[in-house]
Design a protein around this ligand. Sequence first.
Ligand code: FNR
Length: 385
Amino acid sequence: MADPLTLDEVEAAARKSLPSKIYDFYASGADGQRAVARNRQAFSRLFIRPRVLQDVSDVDTSVEVFGVRSALPVGIAPSAMQRLAGGDGEIDAAKAAAGMGLNLTLSSQSTSSLEDVMQIKIDTEKGVPGPPFWMQIYLHDDIQKSVPLIRRAEAAGYQALVLTVDTPVLGNRLAERREAVILPKGLSLPNLEKTAPGAKPQPSINRQFMNVRSAAEAKALRAAFGSKMHSASLTWERTINELRKVTSMKIILKGIMTAEDAALSVQYGADAIIVSNHGGRQLDETCSTIEALPEVSGAVKGALPVIMDGGVRTGADVFKCLALGADFVLVGRPALWGLAYDGCRGVETVMHILERELNRTMALAGVRSVKEISRGMLGVANRNG
Ligand code: FNR
């Protein structure tokens, strides 16, 4: 079979090869899945205003993130349980990212340990370090209980903690509620099992929840723990201040959707923010992330890097994010589709497609470098357009 030419084709190939339950787990959002759909649709209302005769014989798609050059303004978003896609999951994704000089954020709910993923990066780069990897976490109600995982990430060499703040309670994911995803024998969530290298396994609520072997077990756990799976009690006053006391890693807040919270992120000293609605898996009745981006980047006024994810499926989508004020963009599901399609090579395929599309879009729009992409290069189609 010929290699896919678009991310939609990669998704179609992945859909064919994945059990439908796993495909649904990855693809679906919360409630009526309106945010998932909106994340995609909102891109099509934006069009690019191309400039011509700009000498685009040499187009450079690279950017700097926290002072380190990345070949693309695109990284891989954290997504849970990548080994369900088949192959080596997070290990394959890490090989692809490190091999291509790209940034990756590892989910705390990964099916590979954070140490193993970092070792793959070190081995793949062969002494020439590329863009750092980041570690995603959810904070426990009692922040001290999250410290062992934070220490592990710091010791392993992750540059930043990506703190997901849009999950005070889990979104209402109907597909998962109807049929719990059960980890097959041999798979586990090693970041949540042991709290320190060499420490005895300590099953967390998350692990117990994610590791259920039957629908009845899932129901019982849900009844027992309910919304305590994620911390609902965190506040602006506590979170960043307390994290600063326990780590020197950069702190990136993931899940900022409003100008108000963007301003608070600056006020409380976040190092960066991610405009994200969790790929539509949390609050369903929210706007798309590309719609939220202008107000967020407007409120930040360049005080910190603004990253965006949600529905990015083409190089032109990446271009639109950059034009509306994003410094960097993440893709979530496309990496999962790449893994299901062809492991490490599948993720490379996804990122190469985005690279080629962004390169071509920049040339056709008349820009040579990412910093030349500006707000004035976009127009908004009217509702009928
Ligand atoms: C996610 N996402 C996510 N986010 C997070 O902070 N921690 C996590 O463990 C997960 N897990 C996860 C699993 C699956 C299957 C998906 C699809 C998503 C959200 C993810 O980081 C990102 O915000 C979205 O996936 C971005 O949207 P797209 O690119 O998938 O449209």
